[in-house]
Design a protein around this ligand. Structure first.
Ligand code: AKB
Length: 313
């Protein structure tokens, strides 16, 4: 049975990932850690951890008897752009510590990269797995460096590092904090609460997206994959859909016919979105470890609105 330590466990992905892993592998086999304090500790082991504190990270992983590290703690793109030095220290310092602890204790390792690892010179349509990566954001610089570091630890030390490039992730559970793709979550809340949404991303701006259940399954599937089948190890392109704001609005209108969208573009987040691909190609993930998704835009929208309605009651 696996013993998995998760950093950033109260974040957008972490909070649902911990629940999924506990359901798959048993509550006591998943140690949730975060810089914040959890209010539902009774669901399984939880420890406070600042990922820039390497000694504490090592001690927690060792005491828990971890055999797997899932390093999720990171600042997202828009927040990182507001405080680039802090982002470098947290995103790179945290990752380096997590890789070192994993090397010292021989842990299987997962960390997510992002579509943010691509830049304006990357092909925008059908973005290949292996392509130009010259991002123009601090988040993107961190993600490319992180992908390379994870590959380095695999080749140099034989560490079993694995990762995906996530697109925007959409969920009704935890709110994303400080991402560029967050509009695609906010829009569902506003649709139910106010019947209208003002988008900070311009009409016509395509970005890749995925519903959280598919993202969590992708992590589990990649970590369970036969290593002999993996040509790539880190940063597999994964995506479920690509849309622009008026298309998600149209999908919502199928459920809420009176829903309206207008635009008040935020130049900073728009510039980030413009530097990212429109639609990436996930063929390598499909071929090497059977990546698949259950949700397209309409199915996700129906589920989001149903679950969110219950949550907002
Ligand atoms: C963000 O918008 O920063 C993230 C991402 C695509 O990595 N959701």
């Amino acid at each position: 049975m696996k013993k998995i330590m998760v950093t950033g466990a109260l974040g957008q992905i972490g909070s649902e990932l911990v629940a999924k892993l506990r359901a798959e592998y048993g509550s006591n086999n998943v140690l949730a850690t975060d810089i914040r304090v959890s209010d539902n500790r009774e669901e399984g082991p939880f420890e406070r951890l600042d990922v820039t504190d390497a000694d504490n990270m090592h001690a927690l992983a060792k005491d828990f008897g971890a055999d797997t590290m899932m390093h999720m703690a990171a600042l997202l793109s828009a927040t990182a752009e507001k405080n680039p030095l802090f982002a470098w220290n947290l995103n790179m310092g945290g990752l380096m510590n997590a890789l070192e602890v994993s090397r010292e204790l021989d842990l299987q390792f997962f960390t997510p990269s992002s579509i943010g690892a691509f830049g304006p010179s990357t092909p925008k349509q059908g973005t290949p797995q292996d392509t130009l990566q010259r991002p123009t954001t601090m988040y993107g610089v961190n993600k490319v460096a992180g992908e390379l570091l994870c590959d380095y630890y695999f080749h140099k030390f034989g560490l079993d590092t694995r990762g995906v490039r996530f697109p925007g992730l959409i969920s009704y559970v935890a709110h994303p904090g400080g991402g560029t793709t967050d509009y695609a979550v906010d829009i569902y809340y506003k649709a139910l609460q106010e019947g209208k949404y003002t988008s900070y991303i311009a009409e016509g701006t395509y970005m890749d997206m995925m519903y959280m259940p598919d993202a969590l399954q992708a992590i589990v599937d990649l970590m369970e994959a036969d290593p002999s089948k993996l040509v790539h190890r880190n940063a597999f392109n994964v995506t479920a859909m690509s849309f622009e704001p008026s298309q998600i609005a149209a999908a919502i209108r199928k459920q809420i016919p009176t829903f309206e969208i207008d635009y008040d573009v935020d130049p900073e987040r728009q510039a980030i979105a413009d530097s990212w691909p429109d639609a990436i190609d996930a063929t390598a993930a499909v071929e090497e470890w059977g990546f698949k998704v259950d949700y397209d835009l309409d199915k996700m929208t129906a589920d989001m609105l149903e679950k969110l309605q219950l949550k907002l009651k």
